[in-house]
Design a protein around this ligand. Structure first.
Ligand SMILES: [Zn+2]
Length: 295
């Protein structure tokens, strides 16, 4: 309705103050309405953003969420190289000249190798070491590791102690694990793990990590129910600077004496498939734990 018509019906003209107030109210109402419209508009504008994907996805479906399960994580030892060193060799005793040759054992000379010990019933330590290495290799490969052995059969002689370390160095191994079993008094019992002691210029670069690996091996064997040696070392750990295989290694290296082959219980454990599997399970867990932490 025109304002003039409304004014014509009034008996009295509205005062300027009333007109001003009226205008102010109208302006305020218009501004308020505009604000509300904009507010509604802006919230309406937001809503289509959320809902617009529905029509478009129904019109041109984007790839549906994949029903396949995510790819499995890589195996724990993927990309890792472990060198296993089955100590001695079965026929070392038949090659005295070859294994008697002097080699550099870390700033001093030592003979190439020895015959190793044996059980009272005549099972050679070299064979026990070999069988344990095969059982462990199988487990480490199943965990994704590349495994290299320092000898390829339980026959013949050698390699020398320096060459065993050289294999690990050449292969860029993440760990060198030398497998042995001891020959001590019949009452002596249990395993021990030898880490290289500090030999400046030879082992200072690997001593700390080797010590960490030795502890991992010791802990896993204890968890597997094996007994730390009762006759030497301390709580299953020992440290030596006279072992060429450890001294010549440029990668973390430990040597396991898995038990005393002159002890009836240790010999029974280490010459049975069940016992070897038990030791190999523990060693596999130790290697996995050590290499997972150092990744
Ligand atoms: Zn040995």
């Amino acid at each position: 309705m025109p304002a003039g018509a409304r004014g014509a019906r009034s008996r009295r003209r509205p005062s300027p103050v009333v007109l001003l107030l009226g205008v102010a109210v109208l302006v305020a109402a218009a501004v308020g309405a505009g604000y509300l419209v904009r507010t509604a508009g802006s919230s309406d504008a937001a809503a289509p953003v959320a809902t617009s994907t529905s029509p478009s996805s129904s019109a041109a479906p984007s790839p549906a969420p994949s029903p396949t399960v995510p790819p499995p994580p890589p195996p724990p030892l993927a990309g890792r190289t472990v060198v296993l060193d089955p100590g001695h060799n079965r026929d070392n005793g038949q090659h005295p000249a070859q294994i008697g040759r002097q080699v550099d054992a870390g700033g001093f000379t030592k003979q190439c190798n020895t015959t190793g010990t044996a059980t009272n019933s005549g099972v050679a330590e070299a064979t026990v070491n070999w069988e344990l290495a095969l059982a462990l290799r199988q487990r480490l490969e199943a965990a994704g590791a590349r495994v290299v052995l320092t000898r390829d059969a339980d026959a013949g002689w050698g390699p020398c102690i320096d060459e065993r370390a050289a294999v690990a160095n050449r292969e860029g191994a993440d760990l060198l694990l030398s497998l042995h079993a001891d020959g001590s008094a019949a009452s002596a019992h249990g395993f021990h793990v030898i880490a290289p002691g500090m030999l400046p210029g030879w082992t200072d670069d690997i001593a700390a990590e080797s010590q960490r690996a030795a502890v991992a091996v010791r802990d896993a064997l204890v968890a597997g129910g094996l007994t730390p040696a009762t006759y030497l070392g301390s709580a299953g750990l020992d440290e030596r600077t006279d072992l060429g295989t450890l001294n010549r290694s440029d990668v973390p290296a430990v040597m396991l004496e898995a038990g005393n082959l002159r002890h009836a219980g240790d010999a029974a454990l280490l010459t049975s498939g069940e016992g070897q599997a038990r030791v190999a399970d523990a060693l596999s867990a130790a290697v996995t734990q050590f290499l997972s932490r150092s990744r």
